[in-house]
Design a binder for this molecule. Structure first.
Ligand code: F6P
Length: 369
């Protein structure tokens, strides 16, 4: 039988997303309500693996006072990293080259030594895969699904996505008038990695005329046709939303940087490519706007704030019920728990038979196919 919980730790990993601080607040308050103490690990697991980096300690007490007034703030008070997988931790090898070592045992040892009874790991696919592996090594772990990309399986949505979509939609609203005034084609590149959720949802909500998704290898000919048709109808401008992971049917993924030294490959550049091609083919001036990290900033929307608070509270309830190796998931109208193993390493792409895709088509939005 496992011993009762008295102290839990929380960490945030991968790219930040609006709502992380709301999760932290909910975890700490829900734990305090049970008489448990909360601790924060800085920058993923770096607070444990590289404590020398932190003047005030790599792991610190999260009191109720410490999480006051943070629920509406973007970012994460714990810090985060996309380069701190304890199973493949970046290191300098004896010959001076960079490599990776498995330091996961140190995480378990730290928890045992400091009498931390469980971990709430808040993150996307990478962090939840690590959480699953730590659970399999014997740590009590509950995951919370975070990412603006909304590409995690087994949950209706992740927190952070709604804020990113809302901001991209507002940007599109603003771009309509300037595009129209100058009779331009404006290409808006949005994040989302290999999934088109942000592009599709913001593109529909923001009345884009074409939306290019990673899920549909695209051809620019239908986009060009649509721009010409709009011109003939006296609507002399067009907005094209392009997901950073969108790929031309006869082309390749555009990268801003290749994978290197523990960093994943960085997507980016497809917007520029599409704008250049459209300008050449239509003779109209085409410009690109890359929304990039703006999509990750700002206050969480009330939807994301509520989702994050519900997820955080549910994560602590899961631990209280003796669960481990699970992720909190949104299954409207409630939250439920799914096995981390069923989430780890599985990407949720936009399903082509979804009514949202059909809605785009019904509204006359060109999807480049
Ligand atoms: O996963 C979230 C995300 O913002 C992706 O949409 C994007 O491709 C990636 O992170 C960018 O990561 P970084 O800030 O590490 O370059």
């Amino acid at each position: 039988m496992t011993h009762p919980i008295r102290r839990i730790a929380i960490c945030t990993g991968g790219g930040d997303a609006p709502g992380l601080n709301a999760v932290i607040r909910a975890v700490v308050l829900t734990a305090a309500n049970r008489g448990w103490e909360g601790y924060g690990i800085r920058d993923g697991f770096n607070g444990i693996l590289c404590p020398e980096r932190y003047l005030e300690g790599g792991v610190f007490r999260l009191t109720e006072e410490r999480v006051r007034g943070i629920g509406h703030l973007g970012g994460t008070i714990l810090g985060t990293t996309s380069r701190g997988n304890p199973f493949h931790f970046p290191t300098r090898l004896a010959d001076g080259s960079s490599g990776e070592v498995d330091r996961s045992d140190e995480i378990l040892e730290y928890f045992a030594r400091h009498e931390l009874d469980a971990l709430v790991s808040v993150g996307g696919d990478g962090s939840l895969t690590i959480a699953d592996a730590l659970h399999k090594k014997g740590l009590r772990v509950v995951g919370v699904p975070k990412t603006i990309d909304n590409d995690l399986d087994k949950t209706v949505t992740t927190f952070g996505f709604d804020t990113a979509v809302s901001f991209a939609t507002e940007c599109l609203d603003r771009l309509h008038s300037t595009a129209e005034s100058h009779q331009r084609v404006l290409v808006v590149e949005v994040m989302g990695r290999y999934a088109g959720w942000i592009a599709l949802h913001s593109g529909i909500a923001g009345n884009a005329h074409s939306i290019l998704l990673p899920e549909i290898p695209f051809d620019l000919e239908p986009v060009v046709r649509q721009i010409r048709q709009r011109d003939e109808q006296g609507r002399m401008y067009s907005l094209v939303v392009v997901a950073e992971g969108a790929i031309p049917r006869h082309g390749h993924l555009e990268l801003a940087a290749a994978a290197q030294g523990g960093h994943e490959q960085r997507l980016g550049g497809i917007g520029e490519h599409v704008a250049k091609q459209l300008q050449e083919r239509t003779g109209k001036e085409a410009r690109v706007v890359v929304l990039g990290h703006l999509l990750r900033g700002g206050s969480p929307t009330s939807f994301d704030r509520l989702a994050a608070l519900r997820f955080g509270a549910a994560a602590v309830r899961a631990l209280d019920q003796g669960l481990s190796g699970v992720m909190v998931a949104l299954a409207f109208p409630n939250v439920n728990y799914v096995a981390l193993a069923d989430v780890a390493g599985r990407m949720k792409a936009v399903p082509m038979d979804s009514d949202t895709v059909q809605t785009a088509r019904d509204l006359g939005i060109c999807l480049g196919d």
